[in-house]
Ligand binder design. Structure first.
Ligand code: ADP
Length: 461
């Protein structure tokens, strides 16, 4: 292949940015194996996680960018993923084949930490990652039940243990080793020793993510466990009430003491969706975790609704993401899992450039308005309908000509966002009252749409 053509291809691919990582796919080293023959181009994009939230978007952008070059008729893009490992000497010694260890913590019990751990693990496996789940919740080791484990681990000579596998996830639990009612007599050192054995004696094989369901709370047990395990970063689960009562903050402070990054906050039991009429009721309030995250510069990973089927499926050993993958709760788990995987990638690649606009707070002063207070102090007050009309998704804008498909008369005058979902740390997705929800609004695009007239009028999502 002429070298100039490859240079040309790489040059246009530099315009394709991974919005989570804040850099272009060429300088990130994602573009591999470029081949050109008879006007046909093929190349591979190797992402840092199979759970990439913008996988399809990047594929299409890359394809279109190369297709726009003269002389190319067909462009074939293969998407693959290679999860990066947390650089850690301790981990290399203890568990070299496990790339990332991610504990799931909560300030107190009963907030759904185990349910979230199980569903995240299964989702990551469904998306193609190699996943393990370690249940260290000595007070209520519910993972074997939630995951429907039928066989205990298989013991091999030399204290080796083969973990059972359910829903594509390798599972180990303190529940396999304590008799019912015995948990209360377990002391910190005993748990500590057991977890150490889990790390060294269990045949995990190669894993991209090992999710650890920690005991609830933020006492010595949790601290010493987290010191034993070499961690990539932690996810903190909270109900809207916990956020209000500062229970979640205790967990965040604990990880601060341990110098472990908090990869994000997950709001569980956030609003109840009535299975009969579909109406949403904010039983414990909602959105508090999102506001808290923005104020404290912690990634917000998403919110999981309170839904009877989440409990029922957990009780029956088939987590909801496996039992009903199209349910709203399963979709919410998928979003959280993708955002979590993106945060792991960001950590492993050394962070993101901090030069982009970031909101400190997003609110709706009125139903038809969206207000963003930016970290630099600027305030943008948008008419919701203007934002709806500015959607750049493939349904609203022609992907090839970039001409709008949407006409103003198609949008009701009183359209409003019924929910605003975070996408990684760079964008939001609006759930509009007209049923539309596919557009991703990157923060720099939203800033460029600011009606003040000074923030600029161009931008891309
Ligand atoms: P933790 O690990 O924090 O103690 P669990 O995951 O055991 O909490 O959850 C406590 C209870 O709440 C369980 O019965 C579980 O099925 C239920 N639960 C968890 N999350 C949800 C949810 N989003 N909707 C409905 N029930 C939930």
């Amino acid at each position: 292949m002429p070298v100039e053509r490859e240079t040309e291809i790489l040059e246009v691919l530099r315009r394709v940015r991974d919005p989570d990582l804040g850099r272009d796919i060429v300088s990130l080293g994602f573009v591999k194996n470029v081949r050109v023959a008879d006007g046909n181009v093929a190349f591979t994009i190797e992402l840092t996680t199979p759970a990439c939230p913008v996988r399809e978007q990047l594929k299409e952008e890359a394809r279109q960018a190369v297709l726009a070059l003269p002389g190319f008729k067909n462009v074939e893009v293969t998407m693959t993923a290679q999860v990066r490992s947390t650089p850690s000497e301790k981990k290399e010694k203890m568990l070299p084949a496990v790339k990332n260890i991610v504990p799931v913590a909560s300030g107190k019990g009963g907030v759904g930490k185990s349910t979230v751990s199980a569903n995240l693990a299964v989702t990551l496996a469904q998306l193609g990652a190699r996943v393990g789940l370690m249940d260290a919740d000595v007070y209520g080791p519910s993972i074997p039940m939630i995951m429907g484990v039928k066989q205990p681990p298989q013991a091999l000579p030399g204290n080796r243990l083969i973990p059972p596998v359910e829903h594509g996830v390798k599972i180990i639990s303190v529940g396999f080793f304590i008799r019912p009612g015995e948990a209360v007599i377990w002391r910190g050192p005993m748990l500590h020793k057991t977890v150490e054995q889990f790390l060294s004696n269990v045949e995990w094989g190669e894993l991209d993510y090992l999710i650890v369901d920690l005991p609830p709370g933020t006492g010595d047990i949790q601290l010493s466990l987290c010191q034993t395990i070499p961690l990539t970063g932690a996810a903190v689960v909270a109900t809207p009430q916990d956020v209000a009562l500062q229970v979640a903050e205790k967990a965040i402070i604990m990880f601060g003491k341990l110098n472990t990054p908090v990869l994000g906050l997950i709001e569980n039991m956030s609003g109840f969706v009535c299975p009969h009429c579909g109406a949403r009721e904010e039983i414990f309030g909602s959105g508090g975790a999102r506001t808290y995250s923005m104020e404290h510069d912690i990634p917000f990973l998403g919110e999981i609704p309170l839904a009877t089927e989440v409990r029922q499926t957990s009780d029956s050993g088939l987590p909801i993401v496996a039992a009903a993958p199209d349910s709203p709760a399963a979709k919410a788990f998928r979003q959280v899992a993708e955002n979590l995987a993106a945060q792991v990638s960001i950590r492993n690649l050394g962070g993101v450039p901090e030069d982009r606009p970031t909101p400190a707070e997003i609110s709706q002063p009125k139903r038809g308005e969206v207000r963003i207070l930016w970290k630099d102090g600027h305030e943008s007050l948008y008419q919701a309908r203007d934002l709806r009309l500015a959607c750049l998704c493939a349904l609203c804008v022609d992907e090839v000509s970039r001409k709008p498909r949407l006409r103003a008369e198609m949008i009701p005058p009183d359209v409003y966002p019924s929910a605003i979902h975070p996408v990684g740390r760079y964008a939001v997705r609006f759930q509009w009252s007209d049923g539309h929800s596919t557009g991703i609004y990157a923060f720099d695009y939203l800033r460029s749409l600011c009606p003040c007239g000074k923030c600029g009028s161009t931008g891309t999502a």
